[in-house]
Design a protein around this ligand. Structure first.
Ligand SMILES: C[S@@+](CC[C@H](N)C(=O)[O-])C[C@H]1O[C@@H](n2cnc3c(N)ncnc32)[C@H](O)[C@@H]1O
Length: 250
């Protein structure tokens, strides 16, 4: 896939424009022996994030030690959305490196369950099972510090504060996101303020994350604007732009 198609099919691919992100990935690939474990928190039925991380991102890594796999865990509270996501991933042939897990953000440290078809698939393919799969299947929860990278794609923080308030507790959910990311791991937040103007940076810094930086991209020209910590909310995720923030659990 050429660069232009890649950006169209996978908007998340703009993340490689971030030097902080690329340094993190290269460091992991050259120093760790483990799979790189990614969580797409509140994934809904959107398959582009796990597919990008498991299929396309490995192709842009320079490090010679490409043996490490990327494995993506998609979590959501909503079983119908997860069923739909599972179907897409199955059709794409992504199941060896993607897991679909029913879990509420607020309680995923005590309750998280592979959807039943995914459980069957993993059970029938023991060669793909890693330490986190073992734990998830055995204990039906995610342990602390299990993910290298967490993703909140597409204004999840805004939705949690404004739209899903009846059955979600944004602060508690984000505390659990923090708990599940390892020390020095990253949290990627895309399209902040797309629908709801919530100050993502101050919300996440209150939880304990440290802001590393962000970019606003005009996809048609590739123009990049660095987003400082004091960026006004009004300039975020404007129509036709791709915007993201990166935080570290320091
Ligand atoms: C904006 S939508 C999907 C965003 C998705 N990441 C994307 O890129 O399209 C938000 C998702 O959050 C899920 N959600 C809302 N509250 C949740 C919670 N407390 N725990 C887990 N998932 C939640 C909803 O079921 C929904 O699928």
């Amino acid at each position: 896939m050429n660069d232009k198609s890649l950006r169209n099919v996978y908007p998340i691919s703009w993340i490689t424009e971030s030097s902080e992100f690329m340094e993190f990935i290269e460091r992991h690939q050259s120093t760790s022996e483990d799979d790189l474990l990614v969580a797409d928190f509140a994934s809904g039925e959107y398959d582009r994030v796990p597919t990008y991380f498991t299929r396309e991102l490995p192709n842009v890594i320079k490090s010679s030690t490409k043996a490490r796999r990327f494995v993506a865990y998609c979590t959501d509270i909503h079983s119908l959305r997860l069923d739909s996501l599972y179907r897409k991933l199955e059709e794409e042939g992504s199941l060896s490196q993607v897991r679909v897990v029913q879990a509420a953000l607020e309680t995923m440290d005590i309750s998280a369950k592979l959807v039943s078809e995914n459980f069957d698939y993993v059970s029938n393919n023991p060669d793909i099972v890693n330490w986190l799969d073992d734990l998830l299947i055995g204990k039906q929860c995610f342990p602390p510090e299990c993910f290298d990278i967490g993703i909140l794609n597409n204004d999840v923080i805004g939705y949690m504060h404004e739209y899903y308030t009846e059955y979600s507790n944004a602060e508690k959910g984000l505390q659990k996101v923090y708990k599940l990311i390892r020390n020095d791991g990253l949290l990627i937040v895309t399209m902040p303020c797309l629908q709801y103007k919530i100050d993502n940076i101050s919300v996440l810094e209150k939880i304990g994350f440290t802001y590393l930086g962000g970019l606003d991209i005009t996809p048609s020209t590739g123009e990049k604007t660095i987003l400082e910590k004091n960026v006004p909310l009004d300039v975020l995720s404007n129509l036709g732009h791709y915007t993201f923030f990166i935080f570290v659990k320091a």
